[in-house]
Design a protein around this ligand. Structure first.
Ligand code: ADP
Length: 335
């Protein structure tokens, strides 16, 4: 349950707003869109859905939404509005063009659902132009400062777990060691949560450098203690592709012969979990409350169970750190 702030509408309540999804899709973007649309209509605000993120925005590819536009999407993965990566949006002239498109339609506020790249674009758009923006953290990686949870993280963890539980059956039957790569780019949130929940023998996260020799030493030790030779090592993908295959080659040199399983994009798809549906719905509806209360240039997230805002410049400047103690606890559990 989330504590929802009791915001009062200001004189600057917008008459029309737009919503878009941008960057990598995440399960829960649909309930977030639904939250924005239904809350806006409730407040008597016109709401437009922009197709394909910033790519659609700069060419005015948008349509007015009504309550029926978001019927039957709360349980669907992906994003009804589609998403895109639009490199042109890094150009201030293109952002000016986007602002002009919005103004022409009488749109005063924009809700951007996406990761840190998309939120950077939103911040620049409002800094340079007279358009209000509210960001929502839509990414499976959970690597956004200002919120304990991002939309899609919980579903991604559960999707990876479902796959790993199946892999574990084969690992046990054949006494195999598996390196299972999960998403997370520069952050080990997915790897750490998945590793704890699947009972991994080891977790490799980008925040904590570990040498192949030390992994081998630990695995050899496990075998000496009669823990068998099967096992699951959860590896965060890291900033560059190929990390897990490289690690497997190093372990091969020590006769550990691991099998590699890269979970990849299955973690981004699928029906959002109950947790993500509630989080996304509450954040979507709250984005409209914040716009009506006169807020601008903030991201709405959840901290300590409370829906709260954080200035977008802080989201961009600060990194959300994996909790050391959580990682230590994970290590203790797999001993
Ligand atoms: P995510 O939002 O998931 O982090 P990206 O980093 O790919 O995904 O960013 C998504 C989009 O956000 C980019 O394609 C671009 O349109 C916009 N964006 C990213 N970084 C910037 C930036 N520095 N300035 C303006 N727009 C940006």
């Amino acid at each position: 349950m989330y504590e929802i702030p009791n915001l009062q509408s200001s004189d600057s309540k917008p008459s029309a707003i737009a919503v878009l999804t941008s960057g990598g899709d995440s399960p829960g973007m649909n309930p977030a869109i639904r939250g924005v649309v239904r809350a806006a209509l409730h407040q008597g605000i016109k709401v437009y859905g922009v197709n394909k993120g910033y790519s659609g925005l700069i060419i005015g590819d948008m349509a007015e939404m009504d309550s029926a536009s978001v019927t039957n999407i709360v349980q669907r993965g992906g994003t009804l509005l589609k998403s895109d990566r639009c490199l042109a949006f890094k150009d201030p002239a293109v952002r000016y063009q986007a602002a002009e498109v919005l103004k022409e339609k009488g749109i005063e506020g924009l809700v951007v659902i996406g990761g840190d790249g998309s939120l950077t674009g939103a911040h620049l758009l409002t800094q340079e132009n007279d358009i209000k923006v509210i960001g929502l953290p839509g990414t499976i990686d959970n690597d956004i400062y200002g919120t304990d949870d991002t939309i899609g993280f919980d579903t991604a963890v559960n999707t990876a777990l479902d796959a790993i539980d199946k892999i574990r059956d084969t690992a046990l039957s054949h006494e195999n060691l598996f390196l299972v790569e999960v998403m997370g780019r520069n952050s080990g949130f997915i790897a750490t949560h998945v590793g704890i929940a699947c009972g991994a023998e080891m977790i490799i996260a980008p925040e904590y450098e570990i040498q192949a020799e030390s992994i081998c030493f630990q695995l050899a030790n496990n075998r000496l203690q009669g823990k068998g030779s099967s096992g699951i090592i959860v590896v965060a993908e890291g900033p560059k592709p190929g990390l897990t295959t490289h690690l497997a080659k190093q372990l091969n040199q020590h006769q550990l012969d691991p099998k590699v399983c890269i979970l990849g994009h299955i973690q981004r798809g699928g029906s959002p979990s109950g947790h993500d549906r509630v989080l996304a719905s509450c954040l979507g509806a709250s984005a409209v409350d914040y716009l009506c209360a006169g807020f601008n240039d903030v991201m709405i997230g959840v901290r300590n169970g409370k829906i709260t805002e954080t200035p977008l410049h802080q989201i961009i400047e600060k990194n959300k750190k994996l909790d050391n103690r959580l990682f230590e606890r994970a290590q203790l559990l797999h001993k």
